[in-house]
Design a binder for this molecule. Structure first.
Ligand SMILES: NC(=O)c1ccc[n+]([C@@H]2O[C@H](COP(=O)([O-])OP(=O)(O)OC[C@H]3O[C@@H](n4cnc5c(N)ncnc54)[C@H](O)[C@@H]3O)[C@@H](O)[C@H]2O)c1
Length: 323
């Protein structure tokens, strides 16, 4: 079978990470690279091979050879590009967040449904092997802790921009809310959060968030998100699961290490590499090859953003948000 033909839209840092992952797989290849900055697209073509580089997104949407597009641009262009891709009949892998507003998420979902294409939000945390191990070990954690704490973002970083990025909680919070919802195995029911613009005082966006989430199955999670400084033991990513029989797992060191406790014995498991990106790419490509829905869908993208926006509202109003 011929490799699946893909186009990369957004050839910056993350676009290149995905191109690197796909270059390790024989089942797919990027044939086209698109960026408003054509030099970035040309650099990808040179480094990863393919057929053409362009600054014209329409060219890949009308290219019948291309089955799927990767959207790896800044956040304000995610929804318009996803809508255009769906209308052109292309499957989509989209970097997080799906969109910064619920209305945009819903429009994307409607267009994807109407077009009958698949859209997979790129929540790489689902694909870290030790998170998957932890989930098998504690399939129904009653209590969860999820922390994603970065070093302070630069004031002029694009992701700090209210329109292009949304600052740390809007930009990255969906990684943590998605993995907590996934591990809880249940939809979120209510959320309360405290926080504000604490590392960037005066900024209109929320950069720190400490939230309590209750899921429909009664299980609960504590969620910490921000750019107040990277814990040297935890690393940027930290997760903790508490289950029946005293079972616990702590995942740290960018999810390359995990400490398991079964109520009696304790042991550590380690991975040498961070494999989330590679394995999420594999899932998307295999779904295309097998003509099936990927494990993650538009609904997952919507729910992750819904939780982030509810936390934002709780912070601004002081009110518990029902979801
Ligand atoms: N999953 C993760 O762990 C992770 C980590 C970092 C960033 N990201 C996400 O990846 C995405 C891109 O982030 P980045 O750090 O690569 O940013 P970046 O600025 O390095 O790259 C974005 C690229 O998109 C191009 N671009 C902007 N608008 C465009 C348009 N309309 N059409 C075509 N090209 C356009 C820009 O010129 C730029 O080259 C964001 O959604 C970000 O949140 C994900």
């Amino acid at each position: 079978m011929n490799p699946v033909s893909l186009a990369l839209i957004g050839c910056g840092n993350l676009g290149r990470v995905h191109a690197e992952c796909v270059s390790k797989m024989s089942e797919a290849r990027f044939v086209a690279f698109v960026d408003v900055n054509e030099a970035a697209a040309q650099a990808c073509l040179k480094d990863f091979g393919g057929e053409y580089a362009t600054n014209n997104t329409e060219r890949v949407f009308s290219d019948k050879n291309i089955r799927a597009v990767y959207i790896c641009t800044r956040h304000d262009s995610h929804a318009p590009l996803a809508i255009a891709a769906a209308r052109a009949g292309k499957h989509v892998l989209i970097e997080k967040p799906l969109a910064l507003k619920m209305e945009d998420c819903e429009i994307v979902a409607a267009e994807v449904r109407k077009a009958g294409v698949h859209l997979m939000p790129a929540f790489k945390m689902r694909y870290y092997p030790l998170i998957q191990r932890a989930h098998e070990f504690i399939p129904q954690p009653q209590v969860l802790v999820g922390q994603m704490m970065d070093s302070r973002w630069g004031d002029n970083a694009w992701a700090q921009d209210p329109v292009q990025g949304g600052a740390n909680v809007h930009s990255q919070g969906c990684h943590t809310t998605d993995i907590l919802r996934h591990l809880a195995g249940s939809e979120p029911k209510r959320i309360w959060a405290a926080g504000g613009a604490l590392t960037h005082p005066g900024h209109p966006c929320i950069d720190q968030c400490v939230a309590a989430i209750q899921f429909a199955n009664g299980h609960v999670a504590s969620w910490i998100q921000g750019d107040a400084g990277m814990g040297q033991f935890t690393s940027k990513f930290f997760l903790e699961l508490f289950g029946n029989g005293g079972r616990t797992v702590q995942l740290y060191d960018r999810f390359k290490k995990a400490v398991f406790f079964d109520g009696k014995d304790t042991w550590t498991e380690e991975r040498t590499d961070e494999e989330g990106f590679l394995f999420e790419n594999r899932e998307f490509i295999l779904a295309l090859r097998e003509d099936r829905e990927p494990a993650l869908t538009t609904h997952d993208g919507i729910q992750a953003t819904r939780m982030v926006l509810a936390a934002d509202k709780a912070i601004r109003t002081g009110q518990i948000q029902e979801l």
